[in-house]
Ligand binder design. Structure first.
Ligand code: HAM
Length: 413
């Protein structure tokens, strides 16, 4: 019988890769909590209608990419394709909101989208997600973008590009949509892909997001949302930009940034990188003031973002994130038990490292020490066994070494 293999687009994370994910989570936790965010863990499985109602029926995510199936009683369930809808559902269901109150949640975890797998794109992937409820002010948008930037800086990714746009509100967007429809008509409907011909009726903004080359070409001269913002949206967007400017946070304005989910209003943003292949979006987010109300909750403003952890992991340097402190090389078989116990004492002191279980040649032990990436190689051979000493070899730079009693070595820590 053939071996059972993992599902296409799903990935096992072995220690080296998993360490990157743990590092990302630890940094995000550290940074997000500085801004008053608390962790919220929501279920991976939700009722399908939650995503239909929030992300939008005519988005690729809902129309083509969800893992949806009936449960044993025939109710339609969906593996969450993103975190926002579930966080909003939990917030509404908890009934904790009071007027004027701000709530801030972050979440980590796996998301599921039935997309064609490629570098940086999987069917099970992971997001770091942050949502801020109760603040319609532009300061909240700016603070969130600055928090995202601080997080990216903290993991060594200072140079990523931030793209910024405002999608207007429910007051000014209808006129923009009409301007788009008029423009599409002037380009002959039949020239667009079939999906876009439908989108023109159902969701004209989505056409701007189409990946089909002919559609991309056709929308190049389409009207820009920036020219159609109402006075309030203009002022809101100007404030967001002014704060980012004053904070020295560089961004590029991209009036075509409509994002792939329907719930956004006003500020939207994406962080991109050209170093990870064709899937360039590392993070994305924006404001979605109407969503909480449309899911049965209070009239409460909302803004948030999510980072794709796989894409961040691709950008992290190859550096070892958890460099071992020592590799304990046993070169004389008689020392195997002593070495085990010595390694145990080192770990009790908080050091990280491995021990070779049996004696072997100095050459093979040094090879293993190198491979482990440890800062220091500790050697116990015949002499060291007889004298209860250890030879300490620095693995970096000049690689000097000295022999000392094991107690003296331990007492340094
Ligand atoms: P999104 O742009 O759909 O936004 O996804 C956010 C990030 O998740 C993307 O920028 C990308 O890095 C990553 N991502 C998406 N799909 C995949 C995939 N198939 N494989 C690997 N990575 C992927 C949202 O999900 C919104 N919920 C963000 C948000 C939160 N807006 C407001 N609050």
């Amino acid at each position: 019988m053939a071996n059972i293999q993992k599902i296409k687009g799903f990935v096992d994370l072995f220690p080296e890769e998993a360490a990157k994910f743990s590092f990302l989570e630890a940094q995000a936790r550290d940074i997000f909590t500085r801004y008053g965010f608390g962790e919220l863990r929501t279920p991976i499985l939700e009722k399908t209608e939650l995503f239909q109602k929030s992300i939008g029926e005519d988005t690729d995510v809902v129309g083509k990419e969800m893992f949806t199936f009936p449960d044993r009683k025939g109710r339609s369930l969906t593996m969450r394709p993103e975190a926002t809808a579930g966080v909003v559902r939990a917030f509404v269901e908890s009934k904790t909101h009071q007027p004027g109150r701000i709530s801030k949640f972050f979440s980590f975890g796996p998301m599921f989208r039935y997309e064609r797998p490629q570098k940086g794109r999987q069917r099970q992937f992971h997001q770091l997600n942050a949502e801020l409820f109760g603040a319609p002010e532009p300061q909240a948008d700016a603070e969130l973008i600055l928090m995202l930037k601080s997080f990216l800086n903290s993991i060594g990714l200072e140079k990523l590009e931030i793209e910024l746009n405002s999608l207007g509100c429910h007051d000014c967007r209808p006129a923009y949509k009409q301007a788009l429809v008029d423009y599409y008509k002037s380009k002959d409907k039949e020239n667009f892909c079939e999906d876009c011909q439908r989108r023109m009726e159902t969701n004209p903004l989505r056409v701007l997001d189409c990946k089909v080359p002919t559609c991309k070409e056709l929308v190049q001269d389409a009207p820009s949302i920036t020219d159609h913002l109402c006075e309030e949206c203009k002022a809101h967007f100007a404030d967001v930009r002014a704060i980012l400017d004053d904070a020295g946070a560089a961004y590029t304005l991209n009036p075509r940034l409509v994002r792939g989910l329907d719930y956004y209003v006003r500020t939207t943003f994406e962080v991109t990188s050209h170093d990870i292949g064709s899937q360039t979006a590392v993070a994305g987010g924006g404001r979605y003031d109407g969503l909480i109300k449309s899911l049965g909750g209070p009239d409460c403003a909302a803004t948030g973002f999510a980072c794709g952890m796989e894409r961040l992991a691709l950008l992290l340097e190859e550096k070892q994130l958890q460099q071992p402190d020592f590799y304990l090389a046993v070169v004389d078989n008689r020392a195997a038990n002593d070495a085990m116990l010595f390694a145990q004492q080192l770990r009790d002191k908080g050091l990280r490292g491995e021990v070779s279980y049996a004696g072997g040649s100095m050459k093979s032990r040094m090879r293993a020490a190198n491979k482990s990436g440890a800062r220091t190689c500790l050697i116990i051979g015949g002499d060291e066994f007889d004298n209860k000493t250890v030879t300490v070899k620095d693995m970096a730079g000049e690689g000097g070494q000295e022999t000392m009693t094991r107690d003296a070595y331990l007492n340094q820590f």
